[in-house]
Design a protein around this ligand. Structure first.
Ligand code: HEM
Length: 402
C-alpha cells in the first residue's frame, strides 16, 4: 500500500512506525530528504546530510530552551540540561575530558576479563532456564553490571536502574504523555538522591578500590582548574548510567532478534565465529539502538539536499542514514561480513559516543559467546518492542536455547 507522506509528521508518529519505520524512511530519504514537520523542525534521512550536521561545529546540542518549552522547570529539565550530551563547549569539553580518562583502551582492556566473567555466569543461568526472556534474563543484566561497577553503584540499587533509565530517556521522545513526565521526574529525583549519597560517601572515602573508578575521576578530576559541582556530578552520573546500559541492552536484544530473522546469517556466524566483529557492526547498522538525534542550527548549513537556515531545530534519522543505499549496497539485507560498514550508530563529531569501544567489547563478548554456546536458538512467543521512537529495542523476546 503506498504510504502517504503528506500525512507524516515526526511529532505524530504511530505504533506502525515504531514497529517498522523503514518503509516510510526509505520514501522520505528518496522523496523528501529534508522533511519539514508542522512545528518548523526538519527531519533528515540521508547519510551524507546527517554526517555533515554531526561534523559541523555550528550545530548546537544545548537544549535549555527546547527543554524549557517541553518540560517546564522540573527535575527532568535540570537533568537533561546538565548532562554533557545536551551541552556545547566549554562545559561539554570539561565533562567529556573528565569522563574520557576512564574510557581509554588501556582501562577497557582491564574490563575484558570482568565482562567475560559476567557473561559466562549469565550464560550458565540461561542454560539452566532453557526457556527465557532474552531481555529480562540476559540482555539487560550485563550492561547494568558493567556500568554499575565502573561507577561503584552498590548491589542493592542495581535492579532499579533500567526502570529509572527508561523513565528518564522516555521523556525525550517527540511526544510525551503527562504520566510519562511524572514518572521521569520521579526517576530523576529518586536516582539523584541515591547518587548524591554515593558521591558524599566517596568524597569522605577517597581512597577508592578499583570499583567506582569513573565516579572518582568525575569527583576529583579537574579540567583547567575546574571541578564539577554536586549537581553536575549527580546529573552526569545519571546520564552515564542511562547511556551505558539501555543502548547496550538493545544492541544485544536487537542482534538476537536479527539472527532469528536471518537464519542463514545465524548459521554463518555459528560456522565461522571470526565474523563476530563485523556482525556486531551490522547489528548496530540495521537496528541502531539510538534512532534519532537532534541539533539546533547555530548558523545556516548547506547540505547536499538543500540549505537549512540558522535557528532550525534538526532531527537526524540515524536509522535512515544507516540504510541509505548510496552508502550501503542492498541496505535492508543483513550481511554479517559487510565491510566497509560506515554506519553512524555512535554518530561522529565532538559528541561521538564515549562508550562506543566499551559497547563493542560487550557486544562482541556477549553475542559471540551466546551464539556459540546455544546453537539451537528458537523463538517461543511474541516479541514486543520498547514503545519509543528514539530508542529501538525489545521490551521482551521469549526464546528457548534447548
Ligand atoms: C550500543 C550501545 C551504544 C550506542 C548505540 C550509543 C550511541 C550513542 C550516540 C548516538 C551518542 C551521541 C548522541 C548525540 O550527541 O546526539 C552517544 C553519546 C554518548 N554515549 Fe553512547 N551509545 C552506546 C553505549 C554507550 C556506553 C556503553 C556508554 C558508557 C558507558 C556510553 C556513553 C556515552 C556518552 C558519555 C555520550 C555523550 C558524549 C558527548 O556528548 O560528548 N554509550 N552514544
Amino acid at each position: 500500500m503506498p504510504l502517504d507522506l503528506s500525512r507524516f509528521d515526526l511529532n505524530r508518529i504511530d505504533a506502525e512506525f515504531i514497529e517498522d519505520p523503514h518503509p516510510l524512511l526509505h520514501r522520505l530519504r528518496a522523496e523528501k530528504p529534508i522533511f519539514h514537520n508542522a512545528d518548523g523542525s526538519v527531519y533528515l534521512t540521508r547519510h551524507a546530510d546527517c554526517l555533515k550536521v554531526y561534523q559541523s561545529r555550528d550545530m548546537l546540542s544545548d537544549k535549555t530552551e527546547a527543554f524549557g518549552e517541553k518540560f517546564g522547570r522540573c527535575p527532568l529539565h535540570t537533568h537533561h540540561t546538565t548532562s554533557l550530551i545536551f551541552n556545547d563547549p566549554p562545559y561539554h569539553t570539561v565533562v567529556r575530558r573528565l569522563i574520557s580518562g576512564a574510557f581509554t583502551p588501556r582501562k577497557l582492556a582491564e574490563f575484558e576479563p570482568l565482562i567475560a566473567g559476567i557473561v559466562d555466569r549469565l550464560l550458565d543461568r540461561v542454560e539452566d532456564l532453557g526457556t527465557l526472556d532474552l531481555i529480562e534474563d540476559f540482555a539487560k543484566v550485563l550492561p547494568t553490571e558493567i556500568i554499575s561497577f565502573m561507577l561503584g553503584i552498590p548491589e542493592e540499587h542495581r535492579a532499579q536502574l533500567r526502570g529509572y533509565s527508561l523513565a528518564i530517556l522516555g521523556a525525550l521522545d517527540p511526544v510525551v504523555p503527562p504520566e510519562r513526565l511524572t514518572e521521569g521526574n520521579r526517576a530523576v529525583e529518586e536516582f539523584g538522591a541515591i547518587l548524591s549519597d554515593l558521591i558524599d560517601f566517596r568524597r569522605r572515602n577517597p581512597e577508592g578500590a578499583h570499583q567506582g573508578e569513573v565516579l572518582e575521576s568525575l569527583i576529583f578530576g579537574e579540567h583547567e582548574g575546574r571541578r564539577l559541582t554536586q549537581e553536575e556530578l549527580v546529573q552526569n552520573c545519571i546520564f552515564l548510567l542511562n547511556a551505558g546500559h539501555e543502548t547496550t541492552t538493545s544492541l544485544v536484544g536487537n542482534a538476537i532478534g536479527l539472527l532469528l530473522d536471518w537464519p542463514d546469517q545465524h548459521r554463518l556466524l555459528l560456522a565461522e565465529p571470526g565474523h563476530i566483529d563485523t556482525a556486531v557492526e551490522e547489528f548496530l547498522r540495521l537496528e541502531s539502538p539510538l534512532q534519532i538525534g537532534n541539533r539546533l542550527a547555530g548558523e545556516d548549513i548547506a547540505l547536499a539536499s538543500g540549505v537549512i537556515p540558522k535557528g532550525t531545530y534538526i532531527h537526524t534519522s540515524i536509522a535512515a542514514a544507516n540504510r541509505d543505499p548510496e552508502v550501503f549496497p542492498d541496505p535492508d539485507r543483513m550481511d554479517i561480513t559487510r565491510k566497509p560498514n560506515r554506519h553512524i550508530a555512535f554518530i561522529t563529531g565532538i559528541h561521538v559516543c564515549l562508550g562506543a569501544t566499551l559497547a563493542r567489547v560487550e557486544g562482541r563478548i556477549a553475542l559471540g559467546r551466546f551464539v556459540q554456546r546455544f546453537p539451537k536458538l528458537a523463538q517461543t512467543g511474541e516479541r514486543s518492542r520498547v514503545p519509543l521512537a528514539r530508542f529501538r529495542g525489545y521490551a521482551s523476546l521469549p526464546i528457548s536455547v534447548r
